[in-house]
Design a protein around this ligand. Sequence first.
Ligand code: SER
Length: 295
Amino acid sequence: MNIQSANELRSLFLRFFEEKGHARIPSASVIPENDPTVLFTTAGMHPLVPYLMGEKHPMGTRLTDVQKCIRTGDIDDVGDPSHLTFFEMLGNWSLGDYFKKEMIPWSWEFLTSKDWLGLDPDKLAFTVFEGDQDAPRDEEAANLWRAQGVKDDHLFYLPKKHNWWGPAGITGPCGPDTEMFIIRDQPPCGPDCSPACSCGRYLEIWNDVFMQYEKQADGTFVPLKQKNVDTGMGLERTYCVLMGAGTVYETEIFSGIIGKIEELSGRKYGQDPSPFASSPTTCVPLPSSSATTGA
Ligand code: SER
């Protein structure tokens, strides 16, 4: 499928999952309602937490949406080629309905079929949870990828730090995930280069979270009443890949706002030096009197 605009990508994703029996639901507000655990909606799962925990959703057990998110946990990375504070997450949801054996073949189909994104399978890499004291090694997910034709040198087992999602706050639904990466045209940074590495060779575009645990306040994980699927495909990143753009900022999603900033500032994006280039690169410490009073 030849995608020409970010809106086509939104529509394609929603249509794919509607064809698989999902109901389309609108984005929730980026200001969470009745939830003191976070300041903003940080992920697609956030507005759906009660339904992942077992409450019945009025639209059924298969949902799809495009959720607006504000995420600040990785704010130090913002401004690199792929991290944003505000972004849209294309998502699909199984609320105690299907699980891994449906979701992984669907992810493969959406990514690689010529009817959908048509990405080159040789340019894709996948990670699965390597297992620890809280949950087993996810051989089921790995074998489902292998069954699609994924070779072992494109499949990586990673620890909780990389392949576990949630809870959105301190407690709540969470689980191991499998993540999908584009392999960019840049050589490995070393013999251990993998999707866990931040050199930029691997760009994550989608994750399938297998939400089957609830994290308790004491840090333990107990099985949820139902097994859920929560996926999140980054709209800006995936569109950047489809457009062959160098960074998420260099597509039509940002060209309007960048054009306006150019007009107001009289500077050209990517050409004129940053006005901050000559500023000190390290913080100037506050005088000790104000630092201690916080003034
Ligand atoms: N799949 C989501 C994410 O990656 C969690 O809802 O943010």
